[in-house]
Design a protein around this ligand. Structure first.
Ligand code: SAH
Length: 334
């Protein structure tokens, strides 16, 4: 026997934070689509509402502007408390510079806990860095990070410190919110900070409106990027010191060349073993460090040579080297 379906005012409401991907329906997940279909109320920024227009028949639609994010979260909670299923739409992924954070903040403020009858579901989506990377080649195949240049909610010194740190640490970087009508100098300052650590010819790709009607891609270099056409709908991808552009594709090597001689049919290089850490991996490197120290190199010299903090060098050298446990499983490098 099935229980009768609860009436509209007693059924628990739900908030779904739906990332719709870059904009094209082909790049929206099946769950994002069904979550929107399931919703009674759909709330979002006008542009995103337009992107899912075909799914909105018969639904209450609340269009909000960019600066009304907290309002949007509050509207969602009000509607869910009335038993509605509410889909809050974000472009890309709702947890990447999206509504997931502000929504939880509003919910906590209102005394919500995970045991509340109002359920919350976050529906992951393809973020701009994934879409933009896919369009330009394989720029994110090694360590990368995202930095938003928006100073609407973040002080500039915080943003500048992060730019400086990641530029120095040689991350590939995806810059979100790089420029708007009013915010034009941030990208120039980002360039200035990057040029302190990276070569002027470091590859940069600027992707505007990925997978949308006005999609536009430009390849440029770090020293030229500030002059490029960049807007609110652009993501700027800055390569690391190994990133290259070939045949119109931006590629960051994964590191295979450190271990395998690709020109020699993929033979393992001398001193390297398949499925094991590099000879310059942690244990190999520690052995080198100890040998250099035993030969008279001071902590200071080693810190300088290996470009690592002095106290880190000192601490690792104080710790005795343990023999590596025999590997039982081959680690995947893919
Ligand atoms: N939640 C979104 C990001 C929102 S912040 C995500 O996960 O992608 C808004 C910024 O995202 C824009 O300024 C731009 O830098 C980037 N962005 C969003 N959609 C984009 C698209 N289709 N093409 C290029 N960049 C995009």
């Amino acid at each position: 026997m099935t229980s009768p379906s609860p009436s509209c005012d007693t059924r628990p409401g739900k908030i779904m934070l739906v990332g719709i991907g870059p904009g094209h329906e082909a790049h929206m997940t099946a769950r994002a689509r069904s979550a929107i279909q399931e919703a009674d109320t759909v709330i979002g920024y006008v542009t995103y509402i337009k992107l899912v227009a075909d799914l909105l028949d018969g639904k209450e639609v609340i269009r909000k502007s960019m600066t009304e994010e907290l309002d949007r979260a509050i509207s969602a909670l009000d509607a869910a408390r009335q038993g509605k299923k509410v889909a809050l739409i974000s472009s890309g992924d709702a947890g990447v510079y999206g509504m997931a954070g502000p929504t939880y903040e509003v919910l906590f403020q209102a005394g919500w806990t995970p045991d509340d009858p109002v359920q919350v579901e976050i529906v992951p989506g393809t973020s701009a860095l994934n879409s933009c990377a896919a369009l330009v080649g394989a720029p994110l195949t090694h360590d990368f990070c995202a930095i938003s240049l928006s100073d609407l909610l973040t002080p500039w010194p915080t943003i500048a410190r992060r730019l400086d740190a990641v530029a120095m640490a040689d991350f590939v970087v995806a810059l979100y919110n790089p420029k708007s009508g009013r915010r034009t100098r941030q990208i120039v300052e980002a360039q200035r900070l990057f040029l302190r650590h990276r070569r002027p010819d470091t590859p940069v790709a600027i992707v505007k409106s990925a997978y949308r009607r006005r999609e536009h891609i430009v390849f440029t270099t770090l020293d030229q990027m500030a002059e490029a056409d960049i807007g609110m709908l652009s993501t700027v991808l800055i390569g690391n010191s190994n990133t290259f552009v070939r045949h119109g594709l931006m590629v960051t090597p994964r590191g295979y060349a450190n271990k395998y001689d690709i020109e020699q049919g993929g033979e393992t290089r001398d001193g390297e073993q398949r499925g094991r850490s590099l000879s310059t991996g942690l244990l190999g490197w520690l052995e080198t460090l100890q040998a250099e120290h035993a030969e008279g190199a001071s902590f200071e010299v080693l810190a300088e040579r290996h470009r690592l903090p002095l106290d880190y060098i000192r601490a690792t050298l104080m710790e005795p080297l343990e023999a590596a446990a025999p590997d039982t499983l081959e680690e995947s490098e893919a």
